[in-house]
Design a protein around this ligand. Structure first.
Ligand code: TXD
Length: 308
């Protein structure tokens, strides 16, 4: 039987995710949005593109959640994006409302699905999805770390003129400006980044990575990034549907790892058919651990705003 992936929120990130997924030909797709006609139009347009690249994927658009019934994976990208000058946290209450309503609908139709959350502020929205749906934590996962790490990889590649394939970066923490690029564990073909780059260049790359989302927002002016976030989700979908046991940075529920409890937070996880199979706990130096705690405090504060 063919896999089914539903995408709630057919805006820039949702529809671009459908594009990357259709190219992989790993699942039939459903796009859902509140705007009448829009998900139907985008789905039909994408459907009509697929003969050209020879991909047999059914793409359906709808304003009705019943179309998502029986999904293997549901991706939540419904919500407002940032405008210039806004932080991700500024979206908290408006997007909490949207994600709460959306996840309450989805769970009725796909109680066994794995939920991938993108809506910002990401870590908090993943927590909210788990709470609203009541599904076990390992079946909810947030996308942020693959994107943040890919941005860092792109910057290192541009700096050194080395293939992106040789560059391995690991960005942990909450999806905000306090995220934690691990410079000691990140490497270029095995050479730690803090040896491959002079300190000032490395510091500049760390800073640019942390502000990477804002850099795009200030250029686009009307919304936030979508190509890189969408391809990051498509990597997660493939890891899950193909049961790859792929280790990637994602927002996952923590129960004591790094001394953190009852929080969704960016860590290295192993992804497979069951969702988050494992949370990996790295041995971090004191500075990185302190930076993680600072980032976690910001996420916990926002969770408390919604749940106290
Ligand atoms: O890496 C990441 N986690 C992020 C997250 C990367 C990119 C975008 N990120 C966040 O995803 C962003 O901050 C926003 O909170 C969401 C969606 O961003 P996008 O750029 O796709 O925004 P759009 O283009 O405005 O699309 C949002 C769509 C839009 O079509 C709305 O009509 C729809 O969401 N929407 C809804 N769909 C279904 N159900 C409800 N209730 C709903 N409300 C709005």
């Amino acid at each position: 039987m063919k896999n089914k992936v539903s995408i709630v929120g057919a805006g820039m990130t949702g529809s671009t995710t459908a594009h990357w997924l259709a190219e992989q030909e790993i699942a039939d797709l459903v796009l859902v949005d509140v705007v009448e006609g829009m998900p139907q139009g985008k789905a039909l347009d994408l459907q009509e593109a697929l003969p050209v690249i020879g991909k047999d994927v059914r793409v359906v658009g709808s304003n009705d959640y019943s179309a998502t019934a029986g999904s293997d994976i549901v991706i939540i990208t419904a919500g407002l994006p940032r405008k210039p000058g806004m932080s991700r946290d500024d979206l908290l209450f408006a997007n909490a409302d949207i994600v709460r309503k959306a996840s309450a609908e989805i769970i009725r139709y796909s109680p066994d699905a794995i939920y991938i959350v993108l809506t910002n502020p990401l870590d908090v929205m993943a927590y909210l999805t788990m709470k609203t749906t009541g599904i076990p934590p390992h079946r909810v996962v947030g996308q942020a770390g693959i994107l943040d790490s890919a941005r860092m990889r792109a910057f290192v590649s541009m700096e050194l003129g080395v293939s992106v394939e040789n560059i391995h970066c690991y960005v942990l923490g909450g999806h905000g400006d306090e995220m934690v690029p691990l410079t000691r564990l990140s490497n270029v073909a095995g050479i730690p980044l803090d040896q491959a780059l002079p300190p000032d260049r490395l510091a500049a790359i760390v800073e640019r990575t942390r502000k990477g989302g804002g850099e795009i927002v200030s250029l686009l002016k009307t919304g936030s990034a979508y190509y890189a976030p969408a391809v990051a989700v498509s990597q997660m979908v493939a890891a899950i549907l193909k049961d790859k046991h792929l280790v990637v940075p994602c927002a996952a529920y923590l129960d004591g790892e790094y001394g953190l409890k009852d929080i969704f937070f960016g860590v290295m996880v192993q992804l497979g058919r069951k969702g988050v199979e494992k949370v990996l706990e790295y041995e971090l130096d004191e500075a990185d651990l302190a930076a993680l705690k600072l980032s976690a405090a910001g996420v916990a504060e926002n969770i408390a705003k919604l749940y106290s």
